[in-house]
Design a protein around this ligand. Sequence first.
Ligand code: FAD
Length: 499
Amino acid sequence: MRQLRRILIAGGGSAGWMTAALFARLFKGLYEIVLVESDEIGTVGVGEATIPAIKKFNELLGLDEDDFVRRTQGSFKLGIQFNDWSRFGSSYVHGFGVIGQDLEWLRCHQYWVKLHALGRAGELDRYSINTWAALANRFMRPRVDMPDSPVGQIAYAFHFDAGLYAAFLADYARARGVERREGRIVDVSLEGNNGFIRSVTLADGDELAADLFIDCSGFRGLLIGEALGVGYEDWSHWLPCDRAIAVPSERSTDFTPYTRSTARPAGWQWRIPLQHRTGNGHVYASRYMEDAVAQQILFDHLDAAPTGEPRRLRFKPGRRHAGWVKNCVAVGLASGFLEPLESTGLHLIQSAILRLVRLLPDAGFDQANIAEFNRQTVFEYERIRDFIILHYKATQRDDTPFWRHVRTMDVPETLARKMALFAANGRIFREDDELFAEESWIQVLIGQGVIPRAPDPLVDVTPMAEIERYLSNIEGVIAKCVSLMPTHEAFVARTCQAP
Ligand code: FAD
């Protein structure tokens, strides 16, 4: 069996450089790593909002967080605000981290449901330090010395400039021995006996052989799709958005520690605050909206002057039938696409790389490793897909054909089951290691207006006066903590302001 020695990464977008950086760091020269990218083709150049798991990736790379934020013109993210999603004028936040504290056997939201039914509860927002701080434009890192206080439970991620991020990782990987080749791959050769990839040929005629090929070539899936013929499962019947227009604007005074997503007539618009600019984009369904109208809507809703040309992107939501076939593993857009509503693109890259690291063969390619990689990948994609579909399905909007379609469409059985269970008694269970924890589901379900018919009957074990005291205590402590936090702007200025 052939020993694994040489790895070729096809593509130098976020997927390619994240893979190169982590492999270089973890394997410390054990493998020869070459990355091929084409300046002529370029990258998608978006992907600027993240979820807290990215901190783990940074830790594995051994990055200094302040330096990383400074070098990518980054900012901090406590969650995502969803405006007009449930109905016009509605607003809620999916804050990272916990909601309140458990009491007896139950999660905080069960007591909230009880009071809400009696008309005596405020917004659920008040029980999450992340959401409260976000709406107050405040930020600080969690106090690890105070694990029982809300300030010990702050969870955060980042916004950053995708171009600077890729450049930062490229410097990092090359400093650790990754070889960069600029050039366009024009041909892929397969072994005659087993159909494995033998080499790729560049436009200048150079042929590059390797033992393992990581396809980070973007939507096209140059190796996994075009060369190996692995097909794509299309999810557009559940997720009809298939286009986006992105444009940067000047930095606005509203330097929010959260991403904003505002529903539009046939999709939604994002707003991502960075230190040197604001990232904006409109994701929409071409079946329901013309490109020119989508662009006009985007420009009409910028909160500062645009600073660049609009960039148009087309995509098909779904996933590859298999992410790992023979000696080729797809990472990033080559392996699938879910619209960036919950900022999961870079996370899917990170988890694919880590999965590959855990299942990397020493010699040859054992089908057991490949099958496990593919099983975990499918599970991860499908559960994130369900969470994204929830935002559409649970809308009360019926003002346009797009919203009427999504609120009445059938959804995957795995999602329908979760929604029905929650609607009954507010129960939600995280299955295996699915990405989004119970708190995420609870906030989006309630935010979208799915209020359980009744709380878990166990709430009645606690006397009413005690429930009211418990909730108002959480609210009071969070309010006090937030009032002591610095503003997001002040925190960045003090710790990681870009030059
Ligand atoms: P690309 O960036 O497309 O890179 C492909 C690479 O392959 C390039 O270097 C290209 O030059 C190279 N290549 C292609 N063909 C060849 C060839 N023939 N020869 C040589 N090289 C070749 N994710 C998030 O986490 N948060 C977000 O907020 C977010 N927002 C998004 C918004 C939109 C509209 C879209 C479309 C995606 C968003 N994503 C987001 C996803 C994120 O952008 C991607 O997951 C990420 O950028 C990874 O892209 P990639 O590296 O797979 O592909």
